[in-house]
Design a protein around this ligand. Sequence first.
Ligand SMILES: Cc1cc2nc3c(=O)[nH]c(=O)nc-3n(C[C@H](O)[C@H](O)[C@H](O)COP(=O)(O)OP(=O)(O)OC[C@H]3O[C@@H](n4cnc5c(N)ncnc54)[C@H](O)[C@@H]3O)c2cc1C
Length: 197
Amino acid sequence: MINGYDVEVKLLAVTPEAERLIESAGRLCWDTQDKTGTVPDRIQKWIEIGHESMVEHACATFYIRASRVLTHELVRHRLASYSQRSQRYVKESELRYIEPAEIKEWGESAHERFEEVMGACWEAYRDLLSKGIKPEIARYVLPNACETQIICTWNFREIRHIIKLRASKRALPEMRAVASEIRRIAKEIAPQVFEDL
Ligand SMILES: Cc1cc2nc3c(=O)[nH]c(=O)nc-3n(C[C@H](O)[C@H](O)[C@H](O)COP(=O)(O)OP(=O)(O)OC[C@H]3O[C@@H](n4cnc5c(N)ncnc54)[C@H](O)[C@@H]3O)c2cc1C
């Protein structure tokens, strides 16, 4: 549960010795390899002046479980590789959806109305499947709230960009929850790259 949202973010892979690789790429530009490791905020200083391309040499892969509302927005970030659970080839036989924290917080009547509609959507979906309609067609009755899973690979520069846009107060609350978790993980794996965010 993150910020009241039942979503999940897991780090699957990251470039080994990412900060060392980034620093060596930056130092190559100025031929200062002999100073490697001597300036603790070297990467942040490069980022500050907009010399950010070396940050692109490292990347991370995340598993995210969230709603289709979220993934629809997330995949707009183009400098990426994505693999998402298919609704064409996989039957959504279980009732799995993300209920916004705001609906639960509003009160019981909003929560009940939401659950009622989710149940009706899945009932219609199963009805259509039982008539022999393919999942790729039956899914048209499934809601945006439908839970999905996606694996995303981004370079560190794109992760910085996503955090700036998506952990902000202007972002969708579910997205903010996911982006905040990405930020927490990013700061753990490469503090020198993400400490300003
Ligand atoms: C608060 C918020 C509200 C939004 N509302 C809407 C909306 O109502 N409707 C809607 O359609 N979208 C909306 N979006 C999505 C937004 O327009 C972007 O599509 C999305 O945030 C992806 O980010 P991006 O385009 O910066 O770049 P990414 O794809 O993440 O790329 C990173 C950066 O690379 C550069 N870049 C990438 N591709 C190109 C290119 N082809 N040409 C030039 N530079 C490029 C840009 O500098 C870009 O910022 C919203 C986003 C936010 C955060």
